[in-house]
Write a protein that binds this ligand. Structure first.
Ligand code: F6R
Length: 606
């Protein structure tokens, strides 16, 4: 959360900072700000709301200077406002910060006693005044070091100094930060995506690293204050994903390209000629695995629940699933015969990263399923299985969910084959199914595209809604409810259909929209009975099924018939109408689809 940009150049930087901040808005968008150095003075401009507001401010009163830092905020300490927007500056330094300073209350008290006057409610301002204070007695590197040592918690920082007016400083602990190498200028960014339009040569900072940028040089120091060299990586070109094209927003583009996500992913993992799945150098022999633990947050966690059903069915290995923010604080009995799998689109989610770190400290085997292969989670795990979805810009995860499920399913099939839990024919049939999946996804998108807008109208007027499914449709029900909540700000509950009579049935009343996911699987009849219970109590049922039988749809308000497939693949298709439904409800309510309120794409704080 929060986005940082810094540029050390010989040309004016404000415009490029604004351009990069727009790219970083997916990380936070409640306020924005910029600071530059002009004639050895710090000049700061900031405002509440989007980067567009900051741009308007700069249009009226342009920022000069060839050195600058910028920030987009996702509020943690203090309301979204101009005063709480970053940078936070004193006469001597200006700071942008991503992360949380856990001991800020104590530090603030000490600094106030020394006479420092705080203007904001943020935790960041303590960094500004700590630096200002240490600079009175120490040189640059020591003052930075002393400041960082005083901080508990997580941070990525971008700093400007009045006294050292040709440098931008970056520092990282717990929150990601990258530097970029440009022609006659250098950059600091909270991720490579923000830097991509300026350079494809980047270096990621590790925890404890500090970097000092001028327009023609970058120096790195580690946590012991020793000068170090770091690897420069070349980023791949992925322009087709970062451009909305003819779509109104990134989310509709990303929903519509899910067949391509599936196609690319299958192509990466499946050897069509040999009818086999490529999985080289896996960190643990699948025959020796005693248990698989799947860990993620939000939508990524939903892909873990889905995978539990596949793994249990196909591999005969005990499976545990965990929400990363819970896993990291529980007493876990680690076992080096277990495989710990971390699922994350961004690869930067703080809780997932902390859970992975805990596993590493306990010397167990880790594997990550990520979209961003250069991410902290990918770089820290023993083995990486990329989902190959390309950048996902819409804050609500769509194509990454399909990609995560697909890689998990592919992994389940391969482990099953290695452990001889399925025979060759079954294995090859599953591979054939994988090849058919992209077209089935495309057909489902096309069909649901036209039918979901009309269904969406029912949700606007209702006071809430429910999403129900059994078996593999249960996690998809959770995902459908999550998508609706985050995009349209309407209350929605996802439940296993069989749980209804244990409490949630009390919520059903005349006109409440209830989405029933009922593929023709082993649970079908049971789910339809649960649906009847809802209808009997006045619920307005939207049935999503691949069954033709018209009889089941009596008294159902809408039936969405999706493409027929087998039980294993139905979660992929069931997901699509739910994404589109959430999209259209949000569109009817005029919500900001790509940037829902209070959220951010990369959750780099706890
Ligand atoms: C929901 C959504 C979030 C993320 C969650 C984990 O649409 O996007 O629930 O899935 O914050 O993020 P990653 O996958 O980046 O670890």
């Amino acid at each position: 959360m929060c986005g940082i940009i810094g540029i050390a150049s010989s040309k004016l930087v404000a415009q490029n900072i604004i351009h990069s901040l727009k790219k970083l808005e997916y990380r936070g968008y409640d306020s924005a700000g910029i600071a530059t150095i002009v004639d050895n003075e710090i000049h700061e401009k900031k405002c509440a709301g989007r980067v567009d507001n900051l741009e308007k401010l700069l249009f009226k009163n342009p920022s000069k200077g060839s050195l600058g830092i910028g920030h987009v905020r996702w509020a943690t300490h203090g309301i979204p406002s101009q005063l709480n927007a970053h940078p936070h500056s004193s006469d001597e330094v200006s700071v942008v910060h991503n992360g949380i300073i856990e001991n800020s209350t104590l530090l603030k008290k000490n600094l106030e006693e020394k006479g420092y006057k705080f203007k904001s409610q943020t935790d960041t301002e303590v960094i500004t005044f700590l630096l200002t204070d240490f600079l009175k007695s120490y040189d640059l590197v020591d003052a930075i070091n002393k400041t960082l040592k005083a901080l508990n918690g997580s941070f990525a920082l971008g700093i400007l100094f009045k006294k050292y007016s040709n440098i931008v400083v970056g520092a990282r602990r717990g929150s990601p930060l990258a530097v970029g190498y440009g022609p006659e200028e250098n950059y600091l960014g909270s991720d490579s995506y923000a830097l991509k339009s300026m350079t494809n040569k980047i270096t990621y900072l590790d925890d404890g690293d500090v970097c000092i940028l001028t327009n023609n040089k970058i120096e790195f120091y580690n946590s012991e204050n020793k000068k170090i060299n770091k690897k420069i990586l070349t980023l791949s070109e992925d322009k087709q994903f970062t451009d909305k094209g003819d779509y109104k927003d990134f989310m509709s583009k990303e929903i519509n390209e899910q067949n391509i996500t599936a196609k690319t992913c299958v192509k990466e993992y499946v050897d069509q000629l040999r009818k086999d799945i490529n999985l080289y150098n896996f960190p643990i022999n699948p025959k020796d695995i005693e248990k698989i633990v799947l860990i993620g947050c939000g939508t990524a966690y939903h892909s873990c629940i889905t995978a539990k059903y596949w793994f249990e069915e196909l591999t005969n290995i005990p499976i545990e699933i965990d929400i990363a923010s819970e896993f990291r604080y529980r007493k876990i009995n680690f076992n080096n015969k277990n495989l710990y799998v971390f699922v994350s689109q961004s690869g930067e989610t703080a809780d997932t990263y902390a859970a992975l770190d805990l596993c590493k400290k306990n010397n167990v085997k880790t594997c990550s399923i990520v979209n961003v292969v250069e991410s902290s989670i990918a770089r820290s795990s023993d083995f990486v299985l990329p989902i190959h979805a390309g950048p996902e810009i819409g804050v609500a995860s769509t194509k990454a969910f399909i990609g995560q499920m697909l890689v998990l399913f592919i992994l389940a099939i391969k482990i099953s084959e290695i452990r001889k839990e399925i025979n060759k024919t079954d294995y090859e049939n599953k591979i054939d199914d994988l090849q058919k999946l992209p077209d089935l996804i495309k057909d489902t998108i096309n069909y649901c595209q036209d039918n979901t807008p009309i269904i969406a109208k029912d949700f606007i007027k209702a006071k809430g809604s429910m999403f129900l499914g059994r078996g593999l449709s249960f996690p998809i029900a959770l995902e459908g409810a999550l998508k609706l909540k985050e995009l349209s700000y309407l209350h929605a509950e996802g439940y296993p259909a069989g749980e209804m009579k244990h409490g949630p049935l009390a919520l059903i009343e005349e006109g409440l929209p209830v989405v029933i996911l009922a593929p023709k699987d082993r649970y079908f009849e049971k789910t339809i009975s649960n649906m009847q219970e809802v209808i009997a109590r006045g619920g307005k049922v939207i049935l999503i099924t691949d069954e033709d039988n018209k009889i089941i749809s009596e008294n159902v308000r809408f039936t969405l018939k999706i493409a027929k497939t087998n039980e294993y693949l139905s979660p992929f298709l069931m997901t699509i109408p739910l994404q589109l439904l959430a999209y259209h409800v949000a569109a009817l309510k005029n919500c900001d689809i790509d940037k829902p309120r209070n959220l951010a794409k990369s959750v780099t704080v706890e």
